[in-house]
Write a protein that binds this ligand. Structure first.
Ligand code: ZN
Length: 283
């Protein structure tokens, strides 16, 4: 994947090096580690609220918004270039698109959805319309069997931006309403899976269009996509549940199986059209 030299459009809030407050001690820490497998993408806001109240008074994180750091801040520049490119694609695909802010942080930080913990993986908060990334997650991704390639990281970023689009088009709200009316946990989880798979499809859609909106400054090739597929397989609910030592139980899936995640990522990539990402059609 090519990205060096890609346009940097800002929109990054850099909170790295600023501790978001006291970090959990033993008991809570252990509980959070247990959650990492299941919330490796996107935390459940209710969980964070809970964690926030458990942790009690937390320090206020300062922040700087705009372009990230020094020329040697490769990781920060990568996120900025990829985020800018994703915004450029969506600006063409969705009328009235407004970019999210992307927050880079370490360990933990305050969010509009409660206290965010790095251990829970990257997430999007619909309440403040910000994407939260702890760059240490890239190592976790590899530990879980995902790829260390640039595109694997970009896929994660594009997936979170996909949740932002869902917020803009009202899908997030519809799913929340449907979940409130669901007759069972399993039914509620099916909506959650559809939302997640759509975000994967949106990520594939972005990848297909990355080169077109950047005059080839940012490009994704078929072999890059293969790295994304490997990651999608590693973070399917069945793969994560298996790794957690638990029984694989499809009713408790909230993100979709490895097979489904790969399918929808590929579908978005093949069509390049967000209209092909109707994961809700068969619910
Ligand atoms: Zn997600």
């Amino acid at each position: 994947m090519k990205w060096e030299g890609g346009r940097r459009g800002g929109g990054i809030e850099d909170r790295r090096g600023m501790r978001g407050g006291a970090v959990a001690g033993g008991g809570i820490g252990a509980a959070i580690i247990g959650l990492v497998l299941y919330f490796v993408f996107d935390i459940d806001p209710r969980t964070t609220q809970q964690v926030a109240s458990q942790l009690g008074g937390l320090g206020q994180a300062g922040s700087q918004e705009g372009q990230v750091g020094s020329p040697e801040d490769d990781a920060g520049r990568f996120v900025e270039v990829i985020g800018t490119n994703i915004n450029d694609v969506w600006a063409q695909k969705l009328e009235g698109y407004r970019p999210p802010v992307t927050v880079l942080y370490e360990q933990g930080t305050q969010t509009g959805c409660g206290y965010g913990q790095a251990a829970m993986g990257p997430f999007y908060c619909p309440a403040d319309q910000k994407v939260y990334l702890d760059l240490g997650f890239w190592q976790d991704l590899q530990r879980l069997g995902g790829s260390g390639a640039d595109f694997a990281k970009a896929y994660v970023i594009a997936h979170e931006y996909g949740h932002h689009v869902q917020r803009l088009i009202g899908a997030t709200e519809q799913v929340q309403r449907a979940q409130q009316n669901a007759r069972s946990q399993a039914e509620g989880n099916r909506y959650s899976v559809a939302l997640e798979l759509q975000a994967d499809c949106f990520a594939g859609m972005w990848a297909r269009n990355a080169g077109l909106v950047s005059n080839g400054e940012v490009t994704v090739t078929d072999s890059d996509l293969a790295e994304g597929m490997k990651t999608a397989a590693a973070i399917g609910d069945d793969a994560l549940q298996g790794r957690g030592g638990g029984r694989v139980s499809p009713e408790s899936f909230t993100h979709g199986s490895s097979q489904e995640r790969m399918q929808w990522l590929q579908r978005g990539y093949q069509t390049g059209d967000p209209g092909s990402c109707d994961t809700f059609a068969n619910l």
